[in-house]
Design a binder for this molecule. Structure first.
Ligand SMILES: [Zn+2]
Length: 110
């Protein structure tokens, strides 16, 4: 039996099959992706390579050093996003991202 508390999170096919969309999502991933974009486009990190490979490595390295915050609903995503995306949390998340930018910049995988 499938229990879903957010009806927007399911898709019912013509055959009547119920499919869960985006079963779970790590909100930290979303936040790190957008902060990395802000950093790499900003003026402070122009000397670093901004190719897609380095960007992915920076995101992966940062995420390995940060706690995960999985949610299963859009409501949950919004709540956790608001909790994580305040000034204090952004500050320590940014610390991890900045050290990842330096590390990937020093040892690029290309
Ligand atoms: Zn690169």
């Amino acid at each position: 039996m499938i229990i879903v508390d957010n009806p927007n999170n399911i898709r019912i096919s013509q055959d009547g099959d119920i499919e869960l969309l985006n079963k779970y999502k790590n909100v930290m991933e979303e936040i790190v992706e957008s902060l990395v974009t802000v950093h790499t486009l900003g003026p402070d990190f122009q000397v670093f390579c901004r190719c897609e490979k380095c960007r992915m490595d920076i995101i992966a390295l940062s995420l390995n050093a940060l706690p995960t915050h999985y949610v299963t609903t859009e409501e949950g995503r919004q709540t956790v996003f608001e909790q994580l995306n305040n000034e204090e949390n952004r500050r320590w998340i940014n610390k991890r991202i900045v050290s990842s930018i330096y590390l990937v910049g020093k040892y690029p995988k290309h």
